[in-house]
Ligand binder design. Structure first.
Ligand SMILES: NC(=O)c1ccc[n+]([C@@H]2O[C@H](COP(=O)([O-])OP(=O)(O)OC[C@H]3O[C@@H](n4cnc5c(N)ncnc54)[C@H](OP(=O)(O)O)[C@@H]3O)[C@@H](O)[C@H]2O)c1
Length: 229
């Protein structure tokens, strides 16, 4: 029986990288991000750990590029993780910053998921995990676009879940609170935050449930909130 395959977007660093490393025990990894060199270092790390990794340097906001690179790949687990965040008051947010967040955090979900989920439905099995955020439930100053994209992630994920579950494809969203990564500039003590590995554990939990069980949403937050969320 060939090993199953997991494709992780935003695998070059942060939560995506940790997720790729967490999944390598059970899956061959396809690692997607723009930074070819960081993907190569992940591939080396996975291979040292005895795993298999293929890298696909790709801007997931490029619809044509995504179609060319991903359509037709046989993927058992898709982790839609890549994301960007510019937290600014709306009046200071540029049009480019707005469109970048919408393109990477939301529109790419169509490009990437659409390229892969047809095959899952045909094979009658598969799992789509999207990394949302507690910002998908909360609102905050500086979050007019970021929080909106993460609210949209929930609408996407939960509607898709209802559409494809009878076809044997499970869909779930993981909604982390603050995680210590490079997503936004931060200074001072970060030790109260969650780690990328802890979010990777949530993804592992989802995909290791029995096929008859669908945990469709996980909210995970630091036990002690010293930050804004
Ligand atoms: N950190 C937090 O507190 C937190 C909390 C809740 C949810 N999240 C969510 O968790 C996810 C991962 O964030 P993170 O904290 O791990 O951030 P991160 O360390 O900045 O990593 C972001 C990843 O996304 C990739 N990426 C960004 N733009 C891309 C594009 N156009 N095409 C392909 N890949 C792209 C980056 O790779 P390249 O730059 O190499 O392309 C990188 O691998 C995001 O969806 C974020 O919204 C984070």
């Amino acid at each position: 029986m060939p090993r199953e395959t997991a494709l992780v977007t935003g695998a070059s660093r942060g939560i995506g990288r940790a997720t790729a490393l967490r999944l390598l025990a059970a899956y061959d990894i396809i690692a997607v991000a723009r930074s070819a060199s960081e993907l190569e270092s992940l591939k080396e790390e996975i291979e040292i750990g005895g795993g298999v990794c293929r890298t696909i340097p790709l801007d997931i906001a490029d619809e044509k590029g995504v179609g060319t690179a991903l359509r037709g790949l046989e993927v058992d687990v898709l982790v839609n993780n890549a994301g960007v965040a510019t937290m600014k008051p709306f009046l200071e947010l540029t049009s480019a910053e707005w469109h970048r967040m919408v393109d990477v955090n939301f529109n790419s979900l169509y490009y990437v998921t659409h390229a892969l989920i047809g095959g899952m439905v045909e094979r009658k099995r598969g799992f789509v995990v999207t990394i949302g955020s507690l910002a998908g439930r909360n609102t905050f100053v500086g979050g007019s676009c970021y929080a909106a994209t993460k609210h949209a992630v929930n609408g996407f994920s939960e509607s898709l879940m209802l559409e494809v579950r009878d076809a044997g494809v499970r869909v779930a969203v993981v909604m982390p609170g603050s995680v210590a990564t490079d997503l936004t500039p931060s200074s001072g003590d970060q030790s109260w935050k969650l780690t990328s590995n802890q979010i990777a554990d949530s993804v592992w939990y989802l995909v290791t449930q029995p096929a008859s069980v669908l945990v469709s949403r996980i909210e995970v937050r630091p036990a002690r909130a010293k930050g804004p969320r």
